[in-house]
Design a protein around this ligand. Structure first.
Ligand code: BT5
Length: 310
């Protein structure tokens, strides 16, 4: 958000405040204040003009300004009502040098999972891609996928959903019909041999979406706990991710706490073949340890299936 607009909004939240006094405080014209107020109203902020001045009555449920308002993380928000894929847009921004931006779309027309699978992206869900430029070797990049899974699972739990993480990138909920997927994460990156240039962490979360509008294997926050404020949900995810990206040592312990995969019989389809056994642990940056008949195998990438219900 443009800095003056942010300051106007903050002043209105502490209001009532009159246009002239706000203009004085911020060192801008009264006309400029009026323009900011109108723009904020257009973005959905309810701003009343009481006898004593302007006051902020309500913040919109979602939208770029709404997400930025009160966000306690070093990210700018780029919001679109519609995009083919927030990851595609984020990659373009990253290629142009952007950093610490979160691209958000109200819905996607070409949302993608791993291996170019489709990601169903109806209105009501959260579709967000974070662009970061961490000073780490490319081998560390998977840690950001795990960090995002932790951020989403912890947030979902705060909002009343019994969410757990399936290695490496799914947030699931155990239901009577088996485990159902609440969120998927798609991390993409570009880098040199020894240093990452950029990482895009794409997060799709089924929030205020009816189960009927999702694949059969999916569930939503709405289905599990009722509709929630997407703005607050996404803010919590971005804030937690922001903390973890600066403290990668904290990722694995938090991930283990929330993992549904550890201790389970798993079948992992890797590019090098199928690995079956008991998942015993994860190692930095996100390697799964599987105890097989032939000893411990370390799996860095693949599709993991939980073989038996917990
Ligand atoms: C993922 O892939 O789980 C990563 C999904 C990442 C989506 C986000 S949305 C914002 C950003 N922009 C994008 O274009 N992508 C990212 P994968 O592990 O390959 O799982 C894909 C599979 O999940 C599909 O083949 C379906 O079976 C299933 N699926 C599709 N849409 C779903 C949904 N909305 N909820 C749950 N499962 C879904």
């Amino acid at each position: 958000m443009q800095p003056t607009r942010r300051r106007v909004l903050e002043a209105l939240a502490d209001g009532p405040v009159t246009g002239p006094s706000l203009a004085d405080d911020l060192g801008v014209s009264r006309a400029a204040i009026w323009k900011h107020v109108e723009a904020l109203r257009e973005a959905g902020f309810a701003i009343e003009d009481s006898g004593d001045g302007y006051v902020l009555e309500a913040v919109p449920e979602y939208g770029g300004a709404a997400i930025e308002y009160g966000l306690d993380a070093a990210f700018d928000v780029e919001f679109h009502d519609e995009l083919d894929s927030t990851n595609a847009r984020a990659r373009t921004l990253a290629g142009g040098g952007a950093e610490n931006v979160v691209v958000v779309a109200a819905h996607q027309t070409g949302g993608r999972g791993r291996l170019d699978r489709e990601w169903s992206s109806p209105e009501g869900g959260i579709y967000a891609s974070l662009v970061i430029r961490p000073d780490v070797p490319p081998a560390s990049a998977p840690a950001y996928t795990l960090a995002a899974a932790v951020a989403v699972a912890e947030t979902a739990r705060e909002f009343g959903v019994d969410a757990r993480i399936k290695w490496p990138n799914d947030v699931l909920v155990a239901t009577e019909e088996g485990e159902k997927k609440l969120c998927g994460i798609l991390t993409e990156m570009e880098g040199e041999a020894d240093r990452v240039s950029w990482v895009v962490v794409g997060i799709g979360i089924n929030v205020n979406v009816a189960a009927a509008d999702l694949p059969e294997t999916a569930t939503s926050v709405q289905e599990q706990a009722g509709a929630v404020e997407r703005r607050a949900f996404l803010q919590a995810v971005v804030e937690r991710f922001d903390d973890l990206r600066d403290d990668l040592d904290a990722v694995l312990p938090a991930w283990r706490e929330l993992a549904s995969t550890l201790g389970r019989d798993v079948r992992v389809e890797t590019p090098g073949g199928v690995v079956e056994g008991i998942a015993t642990d994860v190692e930095f940056p996100g390697t799964l340890l599987v105890e097989t008949d032939d000893g411990t195998q370390r799996v860095t990438t693949g599709d993991c299936e939980h073989l038996r219900p917990r």
